[in-house]
Write a protein that binds this ligand. Structure first.
Ligand code: PEP
Length: 255
């Protein structure tokens, strides 16, 4: 049975006190999750050791990072390696978020190297893909996303792919309040699963967790998560408020 995941990406928000408070508030309202359901919290790097300490002993809630560098060590001022993240008890690393692709010019070759670094260090990848509005308007989103997946993760073997979660995040829906309809999300998720099946076989594709991201909130999470190929969400803005994040987690818990 494939895992359902709700992952919160705090982006560059919250100081250490605010972060600690948010995690405590999430704990207070956290529903009991069945075996195949999981929450991931991905704060900024600076928070990781503090959040890791708060998560000690939790099985349902795991620590995530928002990025890592593409090389293993060396003279790369300001960067953080995957091995460092592993030593801070990080379990998941988000790679290829559209903000990294756009503002930091991360191309597919670099993202493929980052994916490798995460996997070599025994963590899981949340690999983001998704099209800008002009591609959606042109109707070529399926090919666009397929290319991102092909270039970012198709160099992996079947065993490695089992440690990859895909997050489909249409750029036009990120932070805009404009969510993809459940039909749009389902169509793309089914397409992605088909692309995985064509390369790795049906069993691998059926076991792959594919998250939706883009203005997901308590009011639309249940409908999105009810789609056959949507296995949870990668949450930005709504992960910064305990009540909203918990509302989304509830939608997963109820499935
Ligand atoms: C994101 O950036 O991953 C995201 C989904 O953001 P938001 O939920 O704010 O649209």
């Amino acid at each position: 049975m494939r895992k359902k995941i709700v992952a919160g990406n705090w982006k560059m928000n919250l100081d250490l006190n605010e972060g600690a408070e948010l995690v405590n508030d999430i704990f207070k309202g956290l529903p009991v999750l069945s075996e195949h359901k999981q929450v991931v919290i991905a704060p900024p790097y600076l928070h990781l050791t503090q959040t890791a300490a708060q998560l000690t002993g939790m099985i349902d809630v795991q620590l995530g990072a928002q990025n890592c560098y593409s090389e293993s060590a060396g003279a790369f001022t300001g960067e953080v390696s995957a091995a460092m993240l592993k030593s801070a008890e990080v379990a998941f690393v988000i790679i290829g978020h559209s903000e990294r692709r756009e503002y930091f010019r991360e191309d597919s070759a670099m993202l493929a190297k980052k994916v490798n670094q995460v996997l070599i260090n025994d963590m899981k990848v949340i690999f983001c893909c998704g099209e800008p509005l002009e591609i959606r308007d042109a109707g070529t989103q399926n090919t666009y996303v397929e290319t991102q997946i092909n270039e970012g993760i198709f160099h992996l073997g079947e065993a490695q792919l089992q440690n990859v979660v895909i997050a489909y995040e249409p750029i036009w829906a990120i932070g805009t309040g404009r969510t993809a309809t459940s039909a749009q999300a389902q169509d793309m998720h089914a397409h992605i699963r088909g692309v995985i099946a064509a390369k790795y076989g049906k069993d691998v594709a059926e076991n792959m967790t594919i998250l939706y991201g883009g203005s997901c909130k308590p009011s639309n999470a249940a409908e999105l998560f009810a789609c056959a190929d949507v296995d949870g969400g990668l949450i930005g803005g709504a992960s910064l408020k305990a009540s909203e994040f918990l509302g989304i987690i509830e939608a997963m818990a109820d499935l």
